[in-house]
Design a binder for this molecule. Sequence first.
Ligand code: ZN
Length: 275
Amino acid sequence: MARVIFLGSGGGRFVTLLQIRGTGGVYLIEGDARLHIDPGPGALIRMRNAGLNPTRTDALLISHSHTDHYTDAEVLIEGMAQYGKKRRGILIGSKSVVEGADGIGPAISNYHKSRLEKIYVLHPGEKAKLGELEIEGTPSKHSDPTTVGFKIHSKEGIISYVSDTEFFEELIDVYRGTRLLIVCMVRPLNAPIPFHLSTETAGRLVEGVKPEMAVLTHMGMKLLRENPWAQARWITDRSGVKTIPAHDGMSVILNEKIKIEKAFNKNKRSNGNAR
Ligand SMILES: [Zn+2]
């Protein structure tokens, strides 16, 4: 069984700064492996709310060096490194995140890099190994030119994370074979902006890839002001693929079927041992 937990469903500068939705990224638990994708602002707090212990994370996957995707990475590296006392944990990131590129980044200090057991600079088409999981970098067209997405090959099939990108046809081939497609979609219908996906283009991607299910996340202000469910329904109608908008704390469970579990009770705090 694999569990995908949405530690946020918001993105873009307004939603991020006002925390209208969380921006803690996506957390994947599959067997013994735990990975955290794009831990933006508040990821640590959202983990606490979800009962997740940051010292148990094995790897951070960071798609690019924009704040809504990486801000909490350093403190979470200290978590993976057992309060910074050991060299433990893996970082898989774009060139901009790890080394800096095109005047953007790096997102991680040298000290924090020194706490990690392994660092991968992931380019599109390259793969990194994490136990039995294989993580494949995918291409993007974004204002951080080295942005990557992730195609995670797991026992429960392929789980893909489409990071910030504009639509281009090649993406359909790249993500083909995906079971659960997680899409960073900032904008609703009739409101596209450069370098990002909106309902029309996310719809073309979902229709082409034909995953078992698609989940929309990283939603911006204009999209949240519309009804995100109506935007998702537009994609479902067009593609024939069940598409839903994420909400903070929501889990997706992958077994023979894919099921949604609603958010945890926000008042139920963890003692750090829960998961
Ligand atoms: Zn971005």
